[in-house]
Design a protein around this ligand. Structure first.
Ligand SMILES: Cc1cc2nc3c(=O)[nH]c(=O)nc-3n(C[C@H](O)[C@H](O)[C@H](O)COP(=O)(O)O)c2cc1C
Length: 326
C-alpha cells in the first residue's frame, strides 16, 4: 500500500489517511446502494461536495454503467467509486468496464478481493473492501486492499448475518488491522461520524442518509416510507440465510408469519426470493417490495440535496468534536 500521512482533515478536524489516499476532501463515503445510486446523479453530487460518491453497479446493464461513469467524470474532476458486488453474475463485466474506464476507486463487496486488487493497483486505482467480520478484514488486508469498509448490524441492505453491531465490529476490526477503516451501519449525522472516529475509524460510509436525498434514484413512495419510519421500524428478513434489513411492511410480516408457522426452508427461501428491492425502488411497491433501509431511518427527518447533506455532515462533525473537547 502506498504510504500516506495521517493528516488532520482540515475541515472536520479528525485524523484520517483517507483524504490523501483517495484524493477526497472529506473522509465521508456515500454508500453504494443498488438502484438508489445506480445512476450518476448521487455519486456526482457527493463527489462535487468533497465526499466519495459511489455508483452501485449491482443492478445495472453494462452499457448503463459505462454511461454513468462517463457522466460523473464529465461533471467533476474529483475522484469517485464504483461498487461491485463480487457474487453478481455480471461482476467480471463490471470490473472490465471499471478497468477500461480507469475508475479511480473500486469498492468490492460480497466476495474475496484476491486477484482484483493487483489488477486495479497496476492501473493506479484504489481498492476498498467491504467486510462484516474481523477474520475477513485480516484476509482482505493480507490481499492488499487499501482500506476496509466495516458494516455493522444497524445497516440497511445486507448487514452481517451474525448481527454484530457497528460499535463492536468496528472496534474489533480496528484492533485487528493497520489499514484505514471506514465505519458503516447506523451513521446518519456528525455525531455518528465522530463516534466512528472515536472507535478508531478514519472515515464513515453512509447509506440510509444518502438514500434520503433528491438525487437518490428510488421511487418517491420509497423515500416517504423511509422518512416515516422510526428507529424501531426496520427488521431483518431472511435470518439464517442472507438477511436484509428493510422497513417493516406487509411482505416482512408475511415472512415472519411463515416462520412462526414452521414453513419448510425451501418454501421459505422461495417466499423471500419472490420479492425484490426493485419492486420497491423502481415500482414504488412499498407494501410488498423490499424497502431496504438501516435503523438510522429514524434519525433522518428530511429529503435534501446531497450537497446539503454533505455540508451538514461536516458542520455537525465539527460541532460534535467541539462538544467533546469542551
Ligand atoms: C437501498 C440500499 C441498497 C444497498 N445496496 C448495496 C449494494 O448494491 N452493494 C453493497 O455493497 N451494499 C449495499 N447496501 C449497503 C450500503 O452500501 C451500506 O453499507 C449501508 O447502507 C450502511 O448502513 P446505513 O444504511 O445504516 O448507513 C445497500 C443499502 C441500502 C439501504
Amino acid at each position: 500500500m502506498q504510504e500516506v500521512t495521517m493528516g488532520e482533515n482540515a475541515e472536520m478536524g479528525l485524523p484520517s489517511r483517507l483524504p490523501a489516499l483517495l484524493g477526497i476532501r472529506h473522509p465521508i463515503v456515500q454508500a453504494g446502494m443498488s438502484w438508489a445510486s445506480s445512476s450518476p446523479a448521487l455519486a456526482l453530487a457527493v463527489a462535487r461536495a468533497g465526499g466519495l460518491g459511489t455508483i452501485a453497479a449491482g443492478p445495472m446493464r453494462p452499457e448503463d454503467l459505462v454511461a454513468a461513469i462517463r457522466a460523473v467524470r464529465a461533471g467533476t474532476d474529483a475522484p469517485f467509486a464504483v461498487n461491485v458486488p463480487l457474487y453478481n453474475k455480471r461482476a467480471a463485466a463490471f470490473l472490465d468496464i471499471a478497468a477500461a474506464e480507469r475508475v479511480p476507486v473500486l469498492i468490492g463487496s460480497q466476495g474475496g478481493p484476491r486477484g482484483h486488487v493487483e489488477r486495479f493497483h497496476a492501473l493506479g486505482a484504489k481498492w476498498l473492501h467491504v467486510v462484516a467480520a474481523p477474520e475477513h478484514a485480516v484476509k482482505a488486508e493480507a490481499a492488499g486492499v487499501d482500506a476496509l469498509v466495516v458494516v455493522g448490524a444497524e445497516a440497511g441492505g445486507h448487514p452481517p448475518p451474525n448481527e454484530v453491531s457497528t460499535l463492536v465490529l468496528v472496534r474489533a476490526v480496528v484492533r485487528a488491522v493497520t489499514i484505514p477503516v471506514i465505519a458503516a451501519g447506523g451513521i446518519a449525522d456528525g455525531a455518528g461520524i465522530c463516534a466512528a472516529f472515536a472507535l478508531g475509524a478514519e472515515g464513515a460510509q453512509l447509506g440510509t442518509r444518502f438514500l434520503m436525498t433528491k438525487e437518490a434514484s428510488v421511487h418517491e413512495a420509497y423515500k416517504q416510507a423511509v422518512l416515516a419510519a422510526g428507529v424501531g421500524d426496520t427488521t431483518l428478513v431472511g435470518r439464517g440465510a442472507l438477511p436484509i434489513r428493510q422497513i417493516r411492511n406487509a411482505f416482512s410480516a408475511e415472512v415472519e408469519a411463515a416462520e412462526r408457522a414452521g414453513m419448510a426452508r425451501e418454501d421459505w427461501l422461495a417466499l423471500i426470493a419472490s420479492r425484490s428491492l426493485k419492486d420497491a425502488a423502481l415500482s414504488g411497491d412499498v407494501a410488498q417490495g423490499k424497502v431496504e433501509a438501516g435503523q438510522s431511518c429514524g434519525l433522518v427527518q428530511d429529503i435534501l440535496p446531497a450537497a446539503e447533506v454533505m455540508a451538514r455532515l461536516v458542520a455537525e462533525t465539527v460541532a460534535a468534536r467541539r462538544r467533546l473537547v469542551a
